[in-house]
Design a protein around this ligand. Structure first.
Ligand SMILES: [Zn+2]
Length: 168
């Protein structure tokens, strides 16, 4: 069986069902039916406002965010859900940690739900660097159906790869 890199962490039966869906050419339909809505977050300024609004709603107390950008160079396969970096800056003589969030550019044209999923994931990393239970608790606090969303987001990336491969 060919591996499914996006679903490497999931149970074998789940991977099998995803593979069947893909091989039957039904991934696109499945995703379009479940996630019909696009979003209007077109540029970095809008992305920052979007991320900040989610943060204010759910994680007001966490580390300040100084930047949020779409990054066209992010390796979607390796960093399917963006990256998160801590940038230390000297401010008025003391070191201040502040964070920036980078979202892979593929999410600019993805369904609204997947941009949200990606942002929720990165916001949770403001408090938890590992993918542990506390991390996923934060994710489901922000998006109650986070686990389903992350899974479907991975299907979306898989579908994207499959359709660009079939066009070459
Ligand atoms: Zn992560």
């Amino acid at each position: 069986m060919d591996p499914l890199p996006y679903l490497a962490g999931y149970p074998v039966d789940v991977q099998m069902r995803a593979r069947e869906l893909r091989n039957a050419g039904r991934l696109g339909d499945y995703l379009a039916r479940r996630y019909p809505d696009a979003h209007g977050v077109r540029n970095d300024r809008q992305l920052y406002a979007y991320v900040q609004a989610l943060k204010d709603r759910h994680l007001r107390q966490s580390t300040p965010l100084h930047k949020a950008i779409y990054d066209g160079k992010l390796q979607v396969l390796r960093h399917a859900l963006g990256t998160h970096t801590t940038v230390s800056r000297v401010q008025g003589g003391r070191l201040k940690a502040s964070r920036e969030i980078r979202i892979a550019s593929v999410f600019r044209d993805a369904p609204a739900a997947f941009l949200e999923t990606s942002v929720v994931h990165e916001l949770a990393h403001l408090k938890e660097s590992e993918h542990n239970r506390a991390f996923y608790n934060l994710c489901t606090h922000m998006a109650p159906d986070y686990h389903q969303l992350e899974f479907d987001l991975r299907l979306y990336l898989m579908h994207r790869d499959a359709s660009s491969a079939s066009q070459t």
